[in-house]
Write a protein that binds this ligand. Structure first.
Ligand SMILES: C[S@@+](CC[C@H](N)C(=O)[O-])C[C@H]1O[C@@H](n2cnc3c(N)ncnc32)[C@H](O)[C@@H]1O
Length: 295
């Protein structure tokens, strides 16, 4: 990944801000299962935002968008939303993780979309897969994960049909769930967690407008979406727990003992002060989307 667009490659420390992002030194099937559960909660809780976002993409996409490629598709949140938004399209959902691809196939089948959502196994750091020219390429919370995003951007450009559109989406900052004073531990826990994660450089990504232009695109639009919900919807406790338990691995060597104990109480499903039982959680965040065409 080259989060700052310089080509500097620093594996394993940039993934925290998307709720689904990777942990340093934590790989394999369980890891994918945790990530998948988190991505599914993300999709469920932010479904209205996805409808707005894909509606905006559709205003800018070619009229008869038929071929869509979802780059780093995860559990298929984007693939499903796009298949619904573009009712005659076929979505090629590309991911390197077999566990994610299984989830995508199951979701497609559950929605009777097997014929229109096609899981594609590929590691995009190695080679671009054999796919038809795309009217729309979608890269949500994935571009900054690639070893060389500038190269991937050029490969995507070559994969676009004339007039085709690329939509890149990223989270702007770490998601926030916790009140300042939890009534347990020292106030300000979430800020201290975020300081640790920020110092590790997680989820850093540039304003993609520059790298997009450098890779031969015209940036046709950029928009920030507020994903906050007030009051926080049902499921926010599970969502926060899934997120915080994923980042705990990186926090544990940096938080003091009191903060770590508070975090563990929050994560304990049986603790009355835990995330699953609280009514004071919030849901705060923004995401930015860039739309670009071949220059
Ligand atoms: C944070 S998830 C985002 C998933 C989905 N786009 C979403 O918005 O919910 C990033 C996904 O990119 C995939 N990914 C990361 N590096 C990849 C690579 N080199 N080739 C293919 N997929 C990759 C991961 O397996 C993961 O499923």
């Amino acid at each position: 990944m080259t989060p700052d667009g310089t080509g500097h490659h620093d594996h394993g420390h940039h993934h925290a801000a998307h709720p689904g992002h990777d942990h340093p030194g934590h790989h394999g099937h369980d890891h994918d299962e945790d990530l998948a559960a988190l991505l599914d909660l993300d999709a469920e809780i932010l479904k209205d935002y996805l409808v707005t976002l894909t509606g905006w993409v559709a205003e800018n996409a070619p009229e008869d968008t038929g071929t869509i490629i979802d780059v780093g598709a995860g559990t298929g949140t984007g693939s499903l939303a796009l298949a619904r938004r573009f009712p005659t399209s076929t979505v090629h959902a590309v991911d390197q993780s077999p566990a994610m691809l299984e989830r995508i196939a199951a979701t497609a089948s559950a929605h009777d979309l097997d014929s229109r959502i096609r899981p594609v196994h590929a590691n995009l750091d190695e080679a671009w897969p054999e796919l038809p020219a795309a009217d729309l390429v979608w890269a949500a919370s994935s571009l900054h994960e690639f070893a060389d995003p500038d190269r991937t951007l050029r490969e995507i450009r070559d994969a676009l049909a004339p007039g085709g559109l690329l939509a890149v989406v990223e989270m702007d900052a770490l998601p926030r769930y916790l009140p300042e004073d939890l009534g347990i531990g020292r106030p300000g826990l979430e800020n201290r967690c975020h300081e640790v994660i920020a110092a590790l450089g997680w989820n850093h990504h540039p304003d993609w407008a520059g790298p997009l232009r450098d890779a031969g695109y015209d940036v046709v639009a950029q928009r920030q979406f507020d994903t906050a919900q007030d009051p926080a919807p049902e499921g926010t406790g599970d969502y926060a727990a899934a997120y915080l338990s994923r980042i705990r691995t990186s926090l544990k060597d940096h938080l003091d003992a009191e903060d770590l104990a508070t975090l563990d109480r929050l994560l304990d499903p049986r603790d009355e002060a835990g995330l699953r039982h609280r009514s004071d959680l919030k849901l705060v965040g923004t995401r930015t989307a860039w739309l670009a065409r071949k220059a």
